[in-house]
Design a protein around this ligand. Structure first.
Ligand SMILES: Nc1nc2c(ncn2[C@@H]2O[C@H](COP(=O)(O)OP(=O)(O)OP(=O)(O)O)[C@@H](O)[C@H]2O)c(=O)[nH]1
Ligand SMILES: [Mg+2]
Length: 305
């Protein structure tokens, strides 16, 4: 009798803010699941993305960037990273190449390997991202330093953006996955509901359209997600969201002159939400002030942190 083996497990992507963790998840899945912006601290929660192959299923978990916490929100983000690491069959420790930092940030690497990965006691694949920024010789040099200093189970360089070496990364992950039937059906891409991704898309547009502290002070809550297309295909779904900010000044910036800025935000977000859902929607955005929400335990909790 023919004996086929199937493996399935969890690969947690962890690293500093802006390393390209969410980009890597999206490029592996070939689907824009996790929001990406040039600004650090874009991702605030765990994002599950399910990768399917003939003989294996990899459940990738994208996490917030690891940084020094300045407020309660950051502490919640770090506990999300810590909790997510517990789920890992293998950790992808993602460090970005940088021209400034003598190839990569050694101080952060030391912190990541010693204070996060060692206590987590999981197999580690050290992945240097943004290989498009450096030469092959420099990549070999950096890989060698990592191998000799922190002794991870494997080391490789990729460019998530250019999709370089992603097949090799998948092949490197596979041996770390337990023999197991798939945990999710073949057509599932994530575990979170559509309304979560709608709120994330709005957050992404806030990061892209506004400067300074506004993106960091903003949270998006879906108040109503009314699916109407099933009962009547001619009616659009209604999505009502609140954008929470900390101060009046931030609310004024978000709304803009005669509401122009909020309108632009709404249009950009609606376009992407419609693309994700594959159907037209009405998107209504309200701006609300909740002073110091990032420091308040109860508010953070109500926003899912
Ligand atoms: N040159 C280059 N840029 C990349 C690569 N991968 C990601 N980026 C860019 O790096 C920036 C940050 O990408 P994200 O995927 O949002 O990074 P992240 O690690 O998820 O960041 P946080 O969610 O803030 O922790 C974006 O501008 C990406 O386009 C890469 O391989 N090469
Ligand atoms: Mg991210």
């Amino acid at each position: 009798m023919e004996h086929t083996t199937y493996s399935c497990g969890f690969a947690v992507i962890a690293g500093p803010p802006n390393a390209g963790k969410s980009t890597l998840l999206n490029e592996l899945l070939d689907y824009k699941l996790s929001i990406v912006t040039p600004k650090p601290q874009t991702t605030r929660k765990k994002i599950t993305g399910i990768y399917h192959k003939d003989n294996c299923q990899i459940i990738f978990l994208d996490t917030p960037g690891i940084m020094d916490p300045e407020q309660k929100l950051h502490e919640s983000m770090l506990s999300i990273v810590r909790e997510t690491l517990k789920e890992a069959d293998v950790v992808i420790a993602l460090l970005p190449y940088s021209k400034k930092n003598n190839l990569f940030d050694r101080e952060f690497a030391e912190e990541l390997f010693n204070n996060w990965l060692k206590p987590a006691r999981k197999p580690v694949i050290s992945v240097l991202n943004k290989s498009d920024l450096v030469s092959r010789e420099q990549q070999k040099e950096a890989e060698e330093i990592i191998r000799n200093t922190w002794h991870p189970d494997a080391v490789l360089s990729v460019s998530a953006l250019k999709r370089t070496n992603l097949d090799t990364l998948v092949q490197t992950i596979e041996p770390f996955l337990p023999d197991s039937p798939p945990l999710y059906p073949e057509d599932s891409l994530s575990t979170a509901p559509e309304r979560f991704f709608a709120s994330e898309i709005i957050r992404e547009k806030i990061f892209l359209l506004y400067g300074q502290e506004v993106p960091y002070s903003a949270e998006v809550v879906v108040d109503e997600f009314r699916e109407q297309h099933e009962s009547d295909p001619s009616r659009k779904d209604l999505i009502r969201c609140s954008i929470i900010v900390e101060r009046e000044s931030q609310k004024l910036i978000l709304i803009g002159q005669k509401g122009a800025a909020l309108k632009k935000l709404g249009q950009a977000a609606r376009k992407d939400i419609e693309e994700m859902l594959g159907r037209p929607v009405y998107l209504e955005l309200f701006v609300k002030i909740r002073p110091d929400w990032r420091k308040k335990h109860n508010l953070l909790k109500s926003y899912g942190y």
